[in-house]
Write a protein that binds this ligand. Sequence first.
Ligand code: HOZ
Length: 429
Amino acid sequence: MKRTTSDEMFGRAKQVIPGGVNSPVRACRSVGCDPLFIRKGQGACIYDVDGNEFIDFVCSWGPMILGHAHPSVTSAIQMTGQEGTSFGAPTPAEIELAAMVVDAVPSIEKVRFVNSGTEATMSAVRLARGYTKRNIVVKFDGCYHGHADSFLVKAGSGLLTLGIPGSPGVPEDIVRNTLSLPYNDLVAFESILREKADEIACVIVEPVAGNMGCVAPAPGFLEGIRRITRELGIILIFDEVITGFRLAYGGAQQRYGIIPDLTCLGKIIGGGLPVGAYGGKREIMDCIAPDGPVYQAGTLSGNPLAMAAGIATLKELQVANVYERLEQKGMMFAEGLEQLIRSTGISAQLNRVGSLMTLFFAAGPVYDFDTAMRADTVKYAQHYRQMLEDGIYLAPSQFEVAFLSLAHSEEHIDKALKMTESSFKKLTD
Ligand code: HOZ
């Protein structure tokens, strides 16, 4: 694979951007290579600046559920852009996208748009604290809710990839109010919640964890969290930045039939443009300024281009059988991978929920942070580099998910399986 131009660009990027990247995982350090610079995407494929083509299983970390450069999305962006790109004032598109989100997501009666998933979770927690007048936030080990101070305790994603336990710059005083508990352990959860109920503002959870690799909720886990938080008057926040409009049109909460008090969204609702949102019960949302005292604001919030791309994306997702098609693609890929695990005897586990999945190079089942940590990251790095060489673009970390889009065809999945087989053979030689 030729990579002279990417390497040259990375050299220049490192002079002017910390680590040469605008988000740490992209530096590809944990997989032992340098990043490729992407020139364009089309459907299920991306093309780098050296002219290499890859089948893309990162999908911009989730937003590109329709594939790259989908005509409805690109034309909505072009048409909107011709009329101006930002006004810092209300526009009609905000109401249209808000109404679509309210119709789709069972827990959302009102929604506020922001610019990223990080802003959404940060704002939702402030709202929960303002509403309950309590301070403690409960999260789960290995879940990642963006990079706001309160969440950088045993967090997933880039912190796991780079082995950063917490971050300098986050005051002790802030993380003192964050409790991180084991994912999928309802017994530990119930005992801590009952002990500290009077101080806990909210519990935030990825209903399907996607930032320590894909980890599904154990049967009864989400139900238990909902039951206990409701009983104790603690706000339950679902971070559906990854799962929203992906695991079902109404997100994981629709798929599992559990209604949180607040929900955070991002990624898909912006169709690949920067966006986030948080929403929930009217009574709680009405505490946000200007109706209530909880402050949150943003110059680019509800940006017209992002709204247009989001509306176009959600309209495509309303087409019949879209989620069944995604499920089938996910199943086909997963069955193929499981078959390869059996036939090659490689020590690996496949976790999948819908169109999200992770191949863990681990000997035993992965159901929480500790079991995810047992995965062989050196083996993942070898596999990653081999797949890249063979035209398959995977997440550059063991602790992320692979995303499928509607643009991935049987041929794309077949090719990815063939390349996986060849990589496994090299790994077991
Ligand atoms: N934190 C993201 C993955 N869970 C990575 C974002 C990026 O590098 O774009």
